[in-house]
Design a protein. Structure first.
Length: 157
């Protein structure tokens, strides 16, 4: 059995640093991996990413994340990703990651959070160029996620 801990929408900034860390103190005893599900920062700045790195880096288990719309807001997603990666956090964007734990493997695939919806309740690529571009981005993300699973070139432990 692989134990998974997950959290999302933490919207970290300097005034929130330290809020989650006490709950992570004994994470190794309770989980084998921690998943961070987007909107890790408030506005996607490097300073906010540093807060995320301090809060969720070095918690005793692998940490795997995807970025959300807040993490893209300041157009610094590459820089945010680097800060997190430098802290040992794996950031997925159209790729996968495999964790080996206790003789079992857990495959994780991820892409950024993006609007679009589900079949029957989603936008369609009809009409204005802007709408077609929006839906095209959603379709590209879905293709990346499909292609990332189950294949992975990254390995941990």
């Amino acid at each position: 059995m692989i134990r998974i801990a997950a959290v999302g929408d933490v919207h970290l900034d300097a005034d929130v640093v330290g809020r989650f860390r006490p709950a992570l103190a004994d994470l190794r005893d309770r989980a084998d991996v921690l998943l961070l599900a987007g909107d890790l920062t408030r506005h996607g700045t490097v300073d906010e990413a540093d807060c995320v790195a301090r809060e969720f880096g070095d918690v005793g288990v692998p940490v795997v994340a995807v970025l959300g719309n807040h993490d893209h807001h300041s157009d610094q997603a590459d820089e945010v990703t680097k800060v997190l990666t430098d802290a040992g956090i794996v950031v997925l964007e159209g790729d996968g990651f495999v964790i080996s734990c206790g003789g079992q493997k857990l495959g994780i695939a991820g892409v950024k959070g993006f609007g679009g919806g589900f079949a029957g309740r989603c936008a369609s690529a009809f009409g204005e160029a802007e709408m077609k571009a929006f839906v095209g981005t959603t379709e590209d993300s879905a293709r990346q996620l499909r292609d990332a699973w189950p294949a992975s070139t990254l390995q941990y432990g």
